[in-house]
Design a protein around this ligand. Structure first.
Ligand SMILES: C[S@@+](CC[C@H](N)C(=O)[O-])C[C@H]1O[C@@H](n2cnc3c(N)ncnc32)[C@H](O)[C@@H]1O
Length: 214
């Protein structure tokens, strides 16, 4: 059961309506970033504290980490974070207004290493298309993982969509970088991590003013 302050952080999925209205959800206007599979919320908390003008939505499908994230955000009274307990694939495909999101983060998605489980992976051609539709013309997709093969596959799927161009690719281990719960753990273990930034390839569309990542 969530405390009252944590309940204020949660967007009740049944009250979302057919499409989310960002300004109504956050009570303010600003660039929106979505953290897909936000887990226990470390990235959201640190990124939102560092960039108070940006609105962060964490989406987490599993109740336990979701409630931990809600309580942590509420305890710190961070005004620019909301959390949604939902399948991010459905939210992005159905309830995200087109061209309304600045950045979609997909950090350390579950790799589902067994072949028979590959269909459970979040990144699919359909998901890449949903992300492309949700992003503003100046928007970007950020992906990170500790598994080299999976990183290559994520990039393959995203690039095959034809909707993105690779802007940056490299190691995800910079000292002082704002990191996720998993990245913090892997950094301590000295494990190599990989990340990429892909810009939406929509150069023919006029970009709205704002904090474009690129
Ligand atoms: C390996 S964890 C990484 C969590 C966090 N991003 C981090 O780096 O610490 C992957 C998370 O994605 C969540 N997840 C998996 N599929 C999801 C989906 N379709 N929608 C929302 N969350 C999802 C899982 O429940 C899990 O918490």
């Amino acid at each position: 059961m969530l405390t009252d302050s944590a309940q204020a952080v949660e967007i009740p999925a049944d009250q979302l309506g057919s499409q989310v209205h960002w300004e109504a959800v956050f009570g303010s206007d600003g660039p929106v970033e979505i953290d897909v599979g936000c887990g226990r919320g470390m990235y959201l908390i640190d990124a939102a504290s560092a960039r108070p003008e940006t609105l962060f939505l964490g989406i987490e499908v599993v109740p336990k980490p979701f409630y931990v994230a809600c309580e942590r955000v509420a305890r710190r009274a961070i005004p620019n974070v909301r959390l949604l307990r939902a399948d991010a694939r459905e939210f992005l495909a159905e309830q995200t207004p087109p061209a309304s999101v600045s950045v979609v983060h997909l950090q350390f998605p579950d790799p589902w290493p067994k072949k028979k489980h590959h269909k459970r992976r979040v990144m699919t051609p359909e998901f890449a298309a949903s992300v492309a539709r949700a992003l503003r013309p100046d928007g970007a997709l950020h992906i990170a993982t500790d598994i080299a093969d999976y990183f290559d596959e994520l990039l393959l799927v995203v690039e095959a969509s034809g909707a993105f161009r690779l802007v940056e690719e490299g190691r995800y281990d910079a000292e002082g970088e704002i990191v996720t719960n998993f990245a913090a753990k892997y950094r301590e273990q000295g494990r190599e991590m990989h990340e990429a930034w892909l810009a939406l390839d929509a150069t023919d569309t006029a970009a709205p003013a704002g904090d474009a990542p690129f």
